[in-house]
Design a protein around this ligand. Structure first.
Ligand SMILES: Cc1ncc(COP(=O)(O)O)c(C=O)c1O
Length: 400
């Protein structure tokens, strides 16, 4: 009898975490490493949020809570959806989990049966396909390439839908490309979804607040109220409020789905950390100036990185609407060789040679389902970004 489960055999460890670990090991061994792999803001959680957590500890709010969130936080989440997205939900339609990741996982575990298909636009956040596999469903990646700025077209969505399609996972702005769908682009996808009532929509709005220029964020249940009854609107405090380690994500949707997700959570982790819930309450109800400051900072970094990467030989870097990632295409580098004789056959070799030769850590595109590309997370200082991009330019210029 095998010790390890068949379920485990269906999934692989997160490649983004693997890159971060490798960069950390090299840095510990004394190498000069610039890590552009991690998907988290580089600055600290705002002070008012940390203070709220300390107050919660001192007030003894350190016991089990309701499995899917304290009532105050659920009420704050309802207010957030109304205030920022024009969406009306009751507290019973809201669930809070240990990060956005658990929320998505709960939803898939609560709904996927063998044979159920989940449409995932590629390039995608690395965890979507593996979470679908863990839940027993079938991921259906659909490639949205550079020619459509990494956005799925209505025709592609229509062609991917079958009678077995259970979910369509929508992520705007996107990890790994930063691409954000305009209202008109999302409207066109919603029109397709309106014609297929068996398809549910999982909208991952994690990067909602990180949008640049005049881009207006929008989400499916608001753009097409006809989809409200089959949409799970997912969000969290991790990226918006620099709270990745606190582990609070949330979602709102139809009652039966929310209840089912709570059942999964009740038999796995129970409530998310009580202290973190009070911190998230302060994040959603306290001063919001932090969000605008963040946007300005990240927009400046995006412009720096896009400008410098487009000057690297063989690299084409589109300008994304949001998040803190860019996803340059490296077609012009494939087939060339490094001075030490490594032939760049694909983006994994590119990323590995880049790390070995220059100390810059990026994640290769194959991990996200579209090659040849790599992902840069520009959630690091301007000085380090400029240095990393200069190294990438020199590396690309050295290829023959
Ligand atoms: C698109 C997307 N969704 C969800 C998550 C999960 O966020 P959390 O850290 O709250 O679990 C991430 C984190 O990288 C993400 O990029």
């Amino acid at each position: 009898m095998a010790f390890l489960s068949d379920t485990l055999a269906r999934v692989k460890p997160s490649p983004t975490i693997a890159v971060t670990n490798k960069a950390r090991e090299l840095a510990a061994a004394g190498r000069d490493i610039i890590g552009l792999g991690a998907g988290e803001p580089d600055f600290d959680t705002p002070q008012n949020i940390k203070d709220a957590a300390k107050r919660a500890i001192d007030a003894g709010r350190t016991k089990y809570t309701a499995v899917d969130g304290i009532p105050e936080l659920k009420a704050a989440i309802c207010n957030k959806f109304l205030r920022e997205n024009g969406l009306t939900y009751t507290p019973a339609q809201v669930t809070v989990g240990t990060g956005g990741k658990q929320i998505l996982y709960n939803a898939l575990m609560a709904t996927c049966n063998p044979g159920d298909e989940v449409i995932i636009p590629a390039p995608y956040w690395v965890s979507y396909p593996d979470m679908v596999l863990l839940a027993g469903g079938t991921p259906v990646p659909v490639v949205a390439g550079i020619e459509t700025q990494f956005k799925l077209t209505p025709a592609q969505l229509e062609a991917a839908i079958t009678p077995k399609t259970k979910w369509f996972i929508f992520n705007s702005p996107s990890n790994p490309t930063g691409a954000g769908y305009t209202r008109a682009e999302l409207r066109a996808l919603c029109d397709v979804l309106m014609r297929h009532p068996q398809v549910w929509i999982m909208s991952d709005d994690m990067y909602e607040h990180l949008v640049f220029d005049d881009f207006e964020f929008c989400t499916p249940a608001e753009v097409e109220p006809g989809l409200y009854d089959r949409t799970l609107t997912c969000n969290g405090v991790s990226k918006s409020y620099a709270m990745t380690g606190w582990r609070i994500g949330y979602a709102a949707g139809p009652l039966n789905l929310i209840k089912a997700m709570g059942t999964i959570q009740s038999q796995s982790t129970s409530n998310p950390s009580s202290v973190s819930q009070y911190a998230a309450l302060e994040a959603l109800t306290g001063p919001q100036d932090f969000l605008a400051e963040n946007r300005t900072l990240f927009q400046r970094r995006r412009d720096l990185v896009v400008g410098m990467l487009n000057k690297a030989e063989g690299v084409t870097c589109p300008t994304p609407e949001g998040a803190f990632y860019v996803y340059p295409d490296i077609s012009g580098c494939i087939g060339k060789s490094t001075p030490s004789g490594v032939t760049i056959t694909n983006d994994e070799v590119f990323a590995s040679a880049l790390l070995d030769d220059t100390g810059v850590a990026v994640v290769f595109g194959a991990a996200f389902g579209l090659s040849p590309n790599f992902r840069v997370s520009y959630a690091t200082s301007d000085v380090l970004l400029a240095e990393a991009c200069a190294r990438i330019q020199r590396f690309c210029a050295s290829l023959v």
